[in-house]
Ligand binder design. Structure first.
Ligand SMILES: [Zn+2]
Length: 416
């Protein structure tokens, strides 16, 4: 394939993936029935239901503007040869040293992030604020951004340097040893997520005394759960929306409840959420998802190894010689459809785990309370009640509320 044809292929792949994303979102918004579906109707009023549709449309429009902007930037970067020019600049600054590729990729990352920034600001202080969800102050927004940049440099920098070193040392065979390193890093990150990473952004506190703690203690002792592994997080400092999650590996395993969930939902509903998160722990969903992630990254690295030393790819991006850092960008764009496919598989696995955790909550706590919690996400957090199959496949790690309620009620009815 000639560099010119390869450049056209890259641009076509980019346009196709942006189109697919936007079509899926449009289908998702159109897919919603005009009235609340029967599964949620008892807890969702017509007003909240209509507001949820407007909220989705507003976010959809912003997503479209962001998607088209980034697509345009990429096409300009690719077609103008600016990427090769940028690399030459980084190379000159560092006198051809080992920092050149890191500086170049860091620069591309920063450029794309700064272009996305106005959209992120409008999402938080425009849309989220308009619908009454936002509680992030400008100061907190800046602080979050700076910490994210620092983490990217501290974690991403050395990993990227190691990647270039591995390609240098092993050529096309770099993918296997490097995948092993990434696997180790992912395990460490999962292990220390709640003890090191999360505290950079949020505060975790033990469950406060009261009827909720008593109810959770009853559930915990009946089901052999350690009560001191259940924490409350100050999610309210960024948003009024409610959530909960289970994270960590080994001794660092934690069930984390947002303070907003505790404020808003009934004791029975919060216990059902705790049971759902305990389900994720009991059914070993974290290590399973981690293994799936490692498999996906290994496949991606292997594909990368096929093209990372290609002179044609560098030429397609405007360089007169082979440049590995440039090829990494080319490979990432070219294999976008493969990442999409791996994402579809990952989402499917994650949704299966959500159904399993819901069933666990229905079995060990209360099916009715779990369904009520899901209804509260539609009524209060303006979650869309149903989901189009294409949007589900591409975007959703959690099934739509109506589908989860349906699964819980049918399983519950057939339970012995
Ligand atoms: Zn879950």
């Amino acid at each position: 394939m000639s560099p010119e044809v390869l450049l056209i292929v890259l641009i076509v792949v980019l346009i196709a993936s942006t189109t697919l994303e936007q079509v899926a979102r449009a289908l998702q918004i159109r897919h919603q029935p005009p009235e609340p579906p029967p599964e949620v109707a008892e807890a969702v009023d017509a007003d909240a239901y209509a507001t949820a549709q407007r909220y989705a449309r507003d976010r959809g429009r912003l997503g479209l503007a962001r998607g088209v902007t980034l697509l345009t930037v990429w096409i300009v970067l690719l077609a103008s040869g600016a990427l090769a020019g940028g690399y030459a600049l980084a190379d000159a600054w560092t006198n051809g040293g080992w920092l050149a590729p890191l500086l170049f990729l860091g620069g591309v990352f920063l450029l794309l992030d700064l272009i996305s920034l106005p959209f992120a600001i409008y999402a938080t202080f425009g849309i989220e604020a308009r619908y009454g969800f936002n509680r992030t102050t400008p100061g907190l927004f800046v602080r979050d951004k700076l910490i994210s940049y620092a983490l990217t440099v501290v974690l991403g920098g050395p990993l990227l340097a190691l990647l270039f070193w591995s390609i240098d040392a092993w050529g096309g065979a770099f993918w296997l040893p490097y995948a092993a390193v990434i696997a180790l890093v992912l395990v460490l990150l999962a292990m220390f997520q709640t003890s090191v990473l999360l505290p950079l952004f949020n505060r975790l506190t033990p469950l406060p005394e009261g009827s909720l703690r008593d109810a959770i203690a009853d559930y915990a002792s009946a089901n052999g759960v350690a009560l001191d592994g259940i924490y409350v997080m100050d999610g309210s400092k960024r948003s009024s929306r409610a959530n909960a999650f289970f994270a960590g590996l080994g001794r660092q395993k934690k069930v984390v409840l947002f303070d907003t969930l505790i404020e808003r939902n009934t004791v029975a509903e919060v216990v059902a959420v705790v049971a759902h998160e305990v389900g994720h722990e009991r059914l070993r969903h974290i290590p399973k998802l981690l293994a799936a992630n490692v498999a996906a990254i290994t496949i991606t690295l292997f594909l990368m190894s096929l093209l990372v030393e290609s002179s044609t790819l560098s030429a397609a991006l405007g360089a007169s010689e082979r440049i590995v850092a440039l090829n990494l960008i080319g490979v990432a764009l070219l294999f976008g459809p493969v990442s999409t496919l791996l994402g579809v598989l990952g989402n499917a696995l994650s949704r299966r785990f959500e159904y399993e955790a819901d069933a666990f909550a229905a079995r060990t706590a209360s099916a009715a309370a779990m369904c009520d919690t899901l209804r509260s996400f539609v009524q209060h957090d303006l979650a869309l009640a149903t989901a189009h199959p294409l949007y589900t496949a591409l975007e959703l790690s959690h099934p739509a509320p109506v589908e989860r309620i349906r699964a819980i009620t049918t399983t519950d009815a057939t339970a012995p």
